[in-house]
Design a protein around this ligand. Structure first.
Ligand code: GZL
Length: 331
């Protein structure tokens, strides 16, 4: 929660919403990075989490296409959701003397040493998508991504509204994202903060599904075996929710009716399930971070000041809104 408290302060200090142009007045220093491209061409080393979900696939596509459009040479690695692979990739980018390093930390902790190595090598680092819990915020220039606590709150607020006229106990099971990751920690915290105000909401089981469909299905099958009276599933991403739908149908129950489902992301497959009534509400988390990342990278390499925190804009969807959005949904 340290990260969240600091983020709140930063939000007040100088946050730029993704849609706004230009630099904010936030943190980040003005000294030019040593890696300043002498041939004018910037080289970025990007250490991606993996390819675990539809969201991640869309995020990778956005980063690769945006680098091309921005004329930035991209060195890209897929860590297969292993922190040691991301650390190896960052170290290789340092050795290759790239101009800027960007990555989405698979988990919040354990980054200080490698980030200090990048700082010593005078290579600026940009966090995208997920945050780190390093106390030393000078280790990175900016963090571009969603407010996951707010995403959890949005999910909780929909549930409170959905059951506002009921006094019965509401039994909730939760499929958490990757253990130790910022989205898992914060989506859980935001949801609990909102539903905790009403004693009728009971989280009777909560376990990681590691953001994947397969694991989401497996854990939901176990939930169904040990909990006959599940009313609601809160899944930290669409993919785990879609896996859970397979388990719910396999148990002879109707997803969206016998068990109401709330997920986060709003990728196409999730939105289709929402439109079909198998999911009841989706909180959007935008993976389209590429354009903003490349803009920030150019500024950072040029030694310009950038906001310490750049928040992505996102919304929520009901089944009706999903039906309207699907035909033009970019991911
Ligand atoms: C959120 C991102 C999460 C998505 C999942 O910004 O880190 O990781 O919600 C993805 O779908 O696997």
């Amino acid at each position: 929660m340290i990260v969240f408290k600091r983020m709140s302060a930063l939000l007040l200090a100088g946050v730029t919403i993704m849609a706004a142009a230009g630099c904010g007045s936030g943190g980040g220093d003005t000294t030019a990075s040593a890696g300043g491209a002498d041939d004018g061409k910037i080289t970025m080393g990007f250490a991606q989490v993996g390819a675990e979900s539809g969201w991640r696939t869309a995020n990778t596509k956005s980063i690769q296409e945006s680098a091309k459009a921005a004329g930035i040479e991209l060195k890209f690695s897929d860590a297969q959701q292993k922190q040691e692979n991301q650390i190896k990739a960052i170290r290789s980018y340092i050795q290759q003397k790239v101009d800027v390093i960007a990555f989405s930390p698979v988990v919040e902790s354990g980054w200080d040493n490698v980030l200090k190595e990048a700082q010593t090598a005078k290579i600026p680092v940009i966090l995208t998508d997920r945050a780190v819990d390093s106390a030393d915020t000078s280790l990175y220039k900016t963090f571009l991504g969603s407010d996951f606590v707010e995403e959890g709150r949005k999910a909780g607020k929909w549930l409170v509204e959905e059951y506002k006229d009921s006094t019965d106990t509401v039994n909730i099971v939760e499929l958490q994202g990757t253990t130790g990751s910022a989205p898992a920690n914060d989506r859980k915290a935001g949801f609990a903060e909102v539903i905790g105000a009403e004693s009728k909401f009971k989280v009777i089981a909560s376990q990681t599904g590691d953001f994947t469909r397969a694991k989401g299905k497996e854990v939901m099958e176990a939930f169904l075996k040990s909990n006959p009276d599940i009313d609601v599933l809160y899944a930290h991403n669409d993919d785990m929710g879609l896996g859970a739908i397979e388990a719910i149908e396999g148990a002879g129950k109707v997803p969206g009716k016998d068990i109401k489902i709330i997920t986060v992301d709003a990728v196409k497959d999730g939105m289709q399930a929402l439109a079909d009534g198998k999911i009841n509400f989706i909180v959007e988390c935008s993976p389209i971070l590429g354009p903003q990342l490349m803009d920030l990278a150019k500024k950072v390499v040029a030694g310009e000041q950038v906001p310490a925190r750049v928040l992505t804009e996102e919304t929520t969807f009901t089944p009706e809104q999903a039906k309207a959005a699907l035909p033009t949904r970019p991911y």
